[in-house]
Design a protein around this ligand. Sequence first.
Ligand SMILES: *Cc1c(COP(=O)(O)O)cnc(C)c1O
Length: 400
Amino acid sequence: MSVHDFKKHGKDLIDYIYHFMKTISSRRVNSDVEPFYLVKLLPDEAPHEPEEWDKIMKDVEDKIMPGVTQWNHPYFFAYFASANSYPGILGDMLSSALACQAFNWFVSPACTELEMVVTDWYGKALGLPKSFLHSSGPKKGGGCAQGSASENIFAAIMAARYQAIKLCLEDKENYNFSDEWDVLKNLVSYTSKAAHSSIEKGAKMACLRLRILDVDEKCSLRGDTLQQAIEKDLQLGLIPCCVVATLGSTGEAAFDNLKEIAMVCRKYPLIWLHVDAAYGGSSFVCREFRYLLSGIEDAHSINVNPNKWFLVNFDCNCIWLKDYQQFIEALSVNPLYLEHEWMDETVNFHDWGTPLSRRFRVLKLWFVMRTYGIKGLQHYIRRHCHLASLFESLVRKDSR
Ligand SMILES: *Cc1c(COP(=O)(O)O)cnc(C)c1O
């Protein structure tokens, strides 16, 4: 496809999306296809000869669309909303066109620097303490944007594990371990029954014991419950190393009592406190909800999904660290081919998670924050909360 054809088909595709969005209410929300419907409809092999664009687009409408669940449909109420928006879509389009594989600062400086600026903007807008921002000073706090919350939670668990092992091996007075494997088998982590499955998955991948703790009548994990679990494990000779608290659980939108949990964690220097605010975190853009964030000063890391409730289309998950040196110690390797002359002065995001190559993901978050402004985003969150209250009042009025 030449750039000339790209211009033509690109405009046609925008027209297709425009028409799709205008008429989405007339489509089914979920599809009624049976398993393997598409596998049967499409050929077994890729075409040997090039095909016409129009023919491909016809298959999109005739074959693909019947099996697409319409997450943008006004009657879609499953899981969580798709926080889609037009500036977000345009941001992804530009990111695809630039095709940067920004693993470190040197390969595309603007990608890294915009990520620093935008995660600072977003963190400030949510009321995170200054210590979580890049602007807190070099090599201290800061955020990045990865593909999903699961990735960031896994990275945080790995960092917790790494730091606990390191401290246990350094502290010869209190611990008597021969090597890291000896420590690893004694580590234990905690989360609540209401927590997302990605925490269980992260602990499983990290070979960590995980205690899944009971919650109160509001599905909230309380400090006492955590305290008792930790004491029990200490009596068994185990080493508590990680707590994951949830702000906005996926099932009930429940908030753990972060303040109480933080007070408990403060007593145990080996414990890394991670806060999973993937779903509920964006609500902190409105000051009236920030009381739920109380205790965050004591956390080591927090993640929020702008793609759940901040008008950014998937994929985009931000994590902020108070001391990202601790984080990247656990994750970084530095082969010769990644070195560059500004290595020590710059932030190199390939050290912040599993992927090496990283796309220009924050463009869409930047587009969204500028297009709506904090004011527009606050309005969006408040309106959703208002609709939820309205729904609650209607349910309460109904005797069923
Ligand atoms: C959705 C969700 C996750 C997982 O998010 P992904 O980006 O899909 O990995 C984690 N935690 C909570 C609370 C969630 O709601």
